[in-house]
Design a protein around this ligand. Structure first.
Ligand SMILES: [Zn+2]
Length: 208
């Protein structure tokens, strides 16, 4: 993974600074892929596209209008090198971001809600015994339903995500029929694994 420049952003509310790393080049060699679309890759990090200001808790997108400056990590002693990185976003933060309607497009709704899905699934993903675990917070299932309503069902990735949501909700027949209707060779291995999980009545997130 080759790092790109560090970008320093300014909170639009209180002007508190946050710096975010970037990736110049990376790949998914050696990555672990999950059925909810998340992957953990040693050579590629998932950089969150929005921030919660550490000082005033305003949410804002990491984008040009909030950018103050960018600098290369190779520059030693840069005056902004001690600016803090974004804080880790937790389940309640994603809920807050949705309550405050920080999204402007359907794409951003999907983005936030899929990351909320991942945050809930992390409870199972990293559990010692994932098979027996169940997410108890009903808001997880509400989020899945709303996420599904916002998907673009002409996109294969979204069809896969919708089928995953049906499986998570225990709607196995619906999940299987979406998978069977999807004609895209790239997904054949994943489809087979998901259909098998449906037949076994298994709802939780899977490792591919
Ligand atoms: Zn702020």
């Amino acid at each position: 993974m080759v790092p790109g420049p560090q970008i320093v952003y300014k909170c639009p509310n209180c002007e508190h600074l946050t710096q975010q790393g970037t990736i110049r080049s990376g790949n998914t060699i050696g990555a672990t892929f999950y059925s909810d679309g998340k992957y953990d890759a040693p050579m590629m990090s998932d950089i969150l596209q929005f921030n919660k200001c550490r000082k005033c808790e305003t949410f804002y997108w990491f984008e040009g209008s909030h950018e103050l400056i960018r600098y290369e990590l190779s520059i030693e002693g840069h005056p902004l090198q001690h600016v803090e990185s974004p804080q880790l976003m937790r389940i309640e933060d994603f809920h807050k971001a949705l309550e405050r309607s920080i999204y402007r497009t359907y794409g951003e709704i999907i983005y936030i809600r899929q990351r909320l899905m991942w945050a809930y699934n992390d409870q199972i993903r990293f559990h010692k015994n994932p098979q027996s675990e169940k997410i108890k917070d009903y808001r997880h299932y509400d989020n899945l339903k709303i996420l599904m309503e916002n998907l673009f069902m002409e996109k294969p990735y979204h069809i896969m995500l919708a089928s995953e949501i049906h499986r998570n909700l225990g709607e196995f027949e619906k999940s299987i029929s979406l998978l069977r209707a999807l004609e895209n060779e790239n997904y054949n291995d994943k489809k087979a694994k998901l259909i098998q999980a449906c037949h076994q009545g298994y709802r939780n997130v899977l490792v591919f």
